[in-house]
Design a binder for this molecule. Structure first.
Ligand SMILES: Nc1nc2c(ncn2[C@@H]2O[C@H](COP(=O)(O)OP(=O)(O)OP(=O)(O)O)[C@@H](O)[C@H]2O)c(=O)[nH]1
Ligand SMILES: [Mg+2]
Length: 305
């Protein structure tokens, strides 16, 4: 199945409500105040968020009047364009400016969002494009987490740096950077333990990892990716806010977009926090990660079913 289809399926399964309402809205009737009101409501119901929904509807109103649009299908097209414009795609295949130092990428997020799987997928992606890659088993809380990443490292055919469970994650990252230097590794991809954004101590630990990495390698971590479960919707905004306080987030990995995904959240996070989506996860296999494409996203979300 191609990526667009996968994407569209993931979004629409969730959105029988949202997408059905959109279709209904754009299929008949006039472009009048009622239409704009209902559109705003529909967008909010699709997790787009109040702020982003209002902005989109205002912009749509303006464009429709400027371009003298009468046809609803044309209006739908304009809305698609506006959604694309609202989203700035995040950086993918990140490499640091220095060729002599490794690029460090960290994956963070709440429990079970898909961090470990995404770390493995990223390792695969970077390796495929010719980089020397090292995975770091930064989730030192559970032995099973370390084993899980070991299996992935083997599948991806990349190095892994680990410590026994219970050891200090920040110290492991410090050592991993040294090991990466010694082995001429291009990209270090760090898994971390899942943590609830409301748990102060756990968030402090994340901040410690950040500081220790930066101390060993100024400028690092070069990319901090928050892994968000696309099926959870609204809560992702709160997570992003909280995690961003412990470690500045550069972008999101929207995992499980093949499931019953709530795609509107992309716009919500973009508008509220100005954090771009870098990658989307579309399955459980190592190759099921793709750079986020705003145009494709907009089409999948808004195109007529
Ligand atoms: N369908 C689907 N499943 C995914 C995707 N990404 C991860 N998963 C599944 O989600 C579950 C959790 O994934 P993990 O990578 O272990 O999540 P985690 O964030 O590392 O979890 P913790 O370490 O416990 O916090 C696993 O069963 C994965 O196979 C995805 O893009 N699509
Ligand atoms: Mg994990």
């Amino acid at each position: 199945m191609n990526l667009f289809k996968q994407f569209k399926n993931g979004l629409s399964r969730s959105k029988t409500g949202f997408m059905g309402r959109l279709d209904h809205l754009f299929d008949s009737g006039d472009i009048d105040e009622e239409f704009y009101d209902e559109l705003e409501e529909t967008l909010v119901s699709g997790d787009v968020g109040v702020q982003a929904s209002m902005k989109l509807v205002d912009q749509l109103r303006e464009e429709i009047s400027k371009r003298k649009i009468k046809d609803k299908e044309d209006a739908r097209q304009v809305l698609q364009e506006l959604v694309v414009n609202m989203i700035s795609p995040g950086k993918t295949m990140f490499t640091s400016a220095s060729i002599n130092e490794p690029t460090v990428i960290l994956l963070i997020g709440v429990n079970g969002t898909g961090k470990t799987t995404s770390a493995a997928k990223l390792a695969h992606l970077y390796k495929q494009s010719g980089n020397e890659v090292m995975l770091v088993a930064g989730d030192t809380f559970r032995a099973a987490a370390i084993e899980q990443l070991e299996i992935w490292a083997e599948r991806a055919g990349v190095d892994i740096v680990k410590q026994k469970s219970g050891s200090d994650s920040a110290a492991l990252f410090y050592d991993a950077i040294n090991a990466a230097r010694a082995r001429n590794v291009d990209v270090v991809i760090g898994d971390t333990a899942g943590r609830l954004h409301s748990k102060y101590n756990l968030m402090e630990e994340l901040n410690k990892i950040y500081r220790v990495v930066e101390r060993n390698l100024p400028g690092a971590p070069h990319q901090v990716l928050l892994v968000v479960d696309a099926t959870t919707g609204q809560n992702a905004v709160v997570q992003a806010k909280k995690f961003n306080e412990s470690m500045p987030i550069d972008g999101l990995v929207l995992a499980k977009l093949d499931g019953t995904a709530r795609g509107g959240i992309v716009l919500n996070i973009q508008e509220e926090l100005d954090i771009p989506v870098c990658y989307i996860g579309t399955g459980e296999k190592i190759e099921d990660l793709a750079p986020f494409d705003p145009e494709m996203f907009s089409r999948a979300l808004l195109e007529k079913n």
